[in-house]
Design a protein around this ligand. Structure first.
Ligand code: SF4
Length: 688
């Protein structure tokens, strides 16, 4: 075994938890382990983070620019690759305008402290409305809901996990993902501490997940029915008087809607018994109950309405802005004050197809194929994908692939080969988070503590890989739209992260800078932050909520007419994989690409305990491995996402029926499929 050359304090940049890590660097590998000396980390890091070091030299790692599609693909220099982009995009913008260039960015871009601002700057300097992100597949409903209630998409009350008596999680599996839109110090250990001090955890989820197995408190719900349950909970609390120090408007209209959906009416729809709704309502009304909802609800088709209802439950339960309930981050409240209303429905950003508003500067991914394929001078002709693999993560992958093949130019910036890089004309290799300096800016307004996470580059960038920020700066110059409107500023901005990583001296500077930043303390969420700082009331009803309520009522009517015999499609988190760019921590795609079905479903369909099935919906079909899994609801199939061997996204339709009209959020769960196994077939009806 090689001796350790360097021992470096760093942090994981896969999700908001930003777990502190120690990197043991030897000549041939980087081994990552939880940083036991960081008190805020509680010695925790999950397998996704600790195994990341193995990916640095993975055969699928991109380390050299490439140009050419298919059999024409070859290695190139950076100058050559940028020249291909320049020669295509400059005349294209002159002829068709800036909207003919689209940009897609995946979640990892948000965890790169230089690339995230560069992405915003590129959108501004390019002047294209056609920005897309992973947000419309997992969280844009939360930005929209926060904009409605708090006047800003950046304000999200955080569950006070360290002080609450009860924690109710909707559609969240924190053992595998630590949940999103919250940074729990010590990740899953925060929930262990809650249970250890006598608190209760309730997990509302269709599946008995790993989190349920660890913490119990499972409330099974039918897939996609969370909005009905949340309204029933509101109905139970509708006579309570909210804190007079939290002025609000529109609550009466929301409660009118809730009044039409008491538990007695929704129990059959949701599968949640009346007595269970009463128990949950009692916990919420204790004022010591923290609430949190996550991707499972976001993707259900009524994520915006659900999020607004959740905020109303916090208010009526007495936990909003209070110890043991949900707390506001002071930085988020300040940002909201300085930029009221910013981030939603920019009047300049409406999609050409469908007229959808922009959310945090991005349009719904569900219309991307149409924006490419639908004729018109402003159709997208060049697409730049940064830190994302839309062909794996977005709905209706078959049609999206057709669209990508029709592009004049497809550029990807990534760390690994992917389905999207395979189809690209230009592939630009990026550095991983172990090869760059970072400060955890994205996590800062989601954290309950006061720590600053910062890290220098642990190792030098691999071969020709560059920081995404440098790549975006060079790219902006190549297309004649430099970041900040100035070529020199763009060059300077792009060079800083490179300087902090490329040379040993630069990395030493980055390490010292990171150590200094880690000594700083941020303001932390505390009770009364909203009351003391926001100086605005809460809004629970506006045109958007009214329209969503109308859509909800119409969908409710359709449920009543659908057949009960249906096999419902549900996505799931994985222990090792994360989104499209981390398919298993060693990039072997066989570990977790397995769909799950309940024992009784297998019996009904005459399927073996494990095997292979074809799943079909409309013209889309995939073949995947399956296994019988305890804890899966009957007549449901739980399929992971983003994996080549089993990708739920390939079966999900795109188009207006699948998109929330105001948040652009794609409905990713609750579709029904035909399953064909060995000698067994079941045709099932469509439902909500
Ligand atoms: S919980 Fe998130 S930040 Fe922590 S190690 Fe896992 S993936 Fe990384």
């Amino acid at each position: 075994m090689s001796s350790i050359d360097i021992q470096e304090r760093t942090f994981c940049r896969i999700c908001e938890a930003a777990c502190p890590l120690v990197a043991d660097v030897t000549a041939d590998r980087v081994r990552l382990r939880p940083d036991a000396e960081d008190p805020a980390g509680h010695g925790y890091a999950c397998a996704k983070g600790t195994r990341f070091g193995a990916l640095l030299r993975h055969p699928e790692r991109l380390t050299t620019p490439q140009v050419g599609r298919g059999t024409q693909r070859r290695d190139a220099t950076w100058d050559e690759a940028l020249r291909v982009i320049r020669d295509q995009v400059r005349p294209q913008i002159r002829q068709y305008g800036a909207h003919s260039v689209g940009i897609y960015f995946g979640n990892p871009a948000a965890f790169n402290s230089f690339a995230a601002p560069a992405m915003l700057a590129l959108q501004k300097s390019l002047g294209s409305r056609n920005m897309y992100s992973a947000g419309s597949q997992d969280c844009n409903n939360k930005f929209t809901g926060a904009w409605i209630v708090y006047g800003s998409p950046v304000v999200h009350p955080l569950p006070d996990v360290e002080r609450c008596d009860h924690l109710i999680l909707f559609g969240s599996n924190p053992l595998l993902s630590q949940s999103s839109f919250v940074h729990l110090d010590g990740g899953a250990t925060a929930l262990d501490r809650l249970v250890d001090r006598g608190g209760t955890i309730t997990i509302v989820d269709p599946v008995a997940t790993d989190s349920v197995r660890r913490w119990g408190g499972h409330v099974p719900i039918r897939p996609g029915r969370d909005a009905w349950l949340l309204l029933s909970l509101l109905e139970r609390l509708r006579d309570r008087e909210p804190d007079p120090a939290l002025p609000h408007a529109g609550l009466a209209q929301l409660l009118d809607l809730a009044g039409r959906w008491p538990a007695e009416r929704t129990a059959e729809l949701t599968g949640v018994a009346v007595a269970t709704v009463d128990e949950l309502a009692e916990k919420i009304a204790s004022g010591r109950c923290a609430l949190h909802m996550s991707v499972g609800v976001n993707q259900g088709g009524f994520g915006t309405l659900s999020y607004v209802c959740l905020q109303a439950l916090m208010l009526l339960g007495g936990g909003l802005d209070a110890a043991g309930g949900n707390l506001f981050h002071p930085l988020a409240v300040q940002m909201a004050k300085r930029l009221p209303g910013g981030g939603y429905g920019d009047r300049h950003q409406r999609s050409r197809i469908g007229g959808y508003p922009g959310v945090m500067g991005t349009l719904p991914g569900g219309i991307l194929a149409d924006e490419i394929l639908t004729p018109g001078s402003e159709r997208i002709r060049t697409l730049i994908c940064v830190a994302g693999d839309p062909l794996s993560t977005m709905a209706d992958a078959g049609r999206l692939q057709d669209a990508f093949e029709r592009l004049d130019l497809l550029v990807t910036v990534d760390i690994f080969a992917s389905r999207t890089t395979e189809l690209s004309d230009v592939v630009l290799p990026a550095t991983t988070w172990l090869e760059r300096f970072d400060v955890a800016t994205t996590a800062s307004t989601f954290q309950l503590g006061d720590t600053v996470r910062a890290s220098g580059a642990v190792v030098a960038p691999a071969a020709d890989a560059r920081n995404d920020a440098r790549i975006l700066a060079d790219l902006s110059i190549a297309i004649g739209r430099p970041l900040f409107g100035n070529r020199l500023l763009a060059q300077l901005y792009g060079s800083v992260p490179e300087q902090l990583a490329r040379s040993a001296a630069g990395r030493a500077v980055g390490r010292r800078l990171a150590a200094g930043l880690r000594r700083l303390r941020l303001p932390a969420p505390a009770p009364g932050t909203w009351r003391g700082g926001a100086r605005r009331g809460l809004t629970f009803w506006n045109d958007v909520v009214a329209a969503e309520a109308q859509r909800f009522e119409e969908a409710s009517q359709q449920i009543a007419t659908h057949a009960a015999d249906e096999l419902v499609l549900l996505g799931r988190r994985r222990r090792l994989g994360h989104n499209s760019w981390l398919h298993g921590a060693d990039r072997e795609r066989t570990h977790e690409d397995v769909a799950w079905i309940a024992p009784e479903t297998a019996e009904r369909l005459a399927l073996e305990a494990a095997g292979s099935v074809q799943l079909r919906r409309g013209s889309q079909a995939i073949r995947c491995r399956y296994e019988v899994h305890e804890g899966v609801p009957p007549d449901t199939i739980v399929v992971p996402h983003g994996m080549r061997g089993a990708n739920i996204n390939a079966l999900i339709p795109a188009g207006a029926d699948a998109i929330e009209p105001f948040s652009g959020m794609h409905r990713m769960n609750g579709w029904t499929v035909q399953i064909v196994g060995d000698g067994a077939a079941s045709r099932v009806s469509s439902g909500h």
